[in-house]
Design a binder for this molecule. Structure first.
Ligand SMILES: [Zn+2]
Length: 290
């Protein structure tokens, strides 16, 4: 839908660039999803663990392995339907909140009511892609749980010690604890990634090609020489060093001086536990407004 830029903005002399504040991921969406994922993990553990423990006490490994295989299949199916529904709600809520925040930013920067603009194909596609990813991640919770238990059962059968001298029954409780931690991590990281993906799509639809990288500037920022994680890794690069630097959302074969191509670990909010955000740089001459 064509959108008119107010004359005051169009005619602004001097600066042809505007910045607008970073679109942060929604904490409310993250917490709602965390609650849902923890509830799913709990339902599974409450049903499954007494049967497994009884089988362990009976000492029948063959029956135990067969039972684990059946349970894994059963929970994959049970989770499948709910994962799709939950993923749809998750991406929908994260996108709606992201759009609201993006619209506020655009309104401040350009005086345009972006909320009235329908989502274009890039946004629809980002929502679909992130929805599929969310389904996979939700389904990975029971998968990982059963895989870890199967590995522990095998080790125990081979007479190998379990970590920290745990019994097999203790190890099942430990596996559940790890599943809960994973569920919380997935809720946080994926809410952030959805926000990044739809923000990038919104920027690209409007012709906003670049952003400034913003960290939260505390001791937990990866790469901060005085912080907790002075070194970056391949999965999570040195974000400290990127503070205030300008980046292209999408790889540009002929980058302008001073603008960097996308880093290997993705844009702000993409790497594991990343709390960085992208402050869009609006180049008024490149806007796809009419
Ligand atoms: Zn970061």
């Amino acid at each position: 839908m064509p959108v008119a830029i107010p004359d005051a903005t169009r005619g602004a002399r001097g600066r042809r660039q505007r910045k607008f504040r970073a679109v942060r991921p929604s904490r409310a969406v993250q917490l709602a999803m965390r609650k849902e994922l923890l509830a799913l993990a709990e339902q599974m553990h409450v049903v499954v663990s007494p049967a497994l423990k009884a089988m362990i006490e009976a000492g029948d490994y063959e029956a135990l392995q067969a039972m684990l295989n059946n349970l894994r299949e059963e929970w994959r199916l049970r989770y499948g339907t709910r994962a799709r529904r939950l993923a749809g709600q998750w991406v929908g809520a994260a996108n709606a909140e992201s759009k609201r925040r993006f619209s506020e930013g655009i309104k401040d920067a350009l005086g345009v009511d972006f909320a009235a603009i329908f989502d274009g194909p890039a946004i629809t596609q980002a929502v679909q892609v992130m929805g599929t990813e969310a389904v996979n991640l939700i389904s990975s919770i029971p998968d990982q749980y059963f895989q870890d238990i199967q590995e522990a059962v095998l080790k125990n059968y081979m007479g190998q010690p379990l970590p920290d001298g745990r019994s097999l029954i203790d190890q099942i409780e430990e596996t559940y604890k790890v599943s809960r931690e994973r569920a919380a991590l997935i809720a946080r990281d994926q809410t952030s990634k959805i926000n990044t993906a739809v923000t990038q799509a919104r920027c690209e639809e409007l012709g906003i090609e670049t952003y400034k990288w913003r960290t939260v500037r505390d001791i937990r920022v990866v790469g901060n020489p005085d912080g907790l994680f002075p070194k970056g890794s391949r999965a999570h690069g040195n974000h400290f060093e990127r503070e205030g630097k300008r980046y292209y959302w999408r790889e540009n074969p002929n980058p302008e001086d001073g603008i960097r191509n996308p880093p290997e670990d993705g844009p702000p909010g993409w790497a594991i536990n990343c709390r960085c955000t992208a402050e869009s740089v609006i180049d008024i001459d490149k806007l796809k407004f009419v």
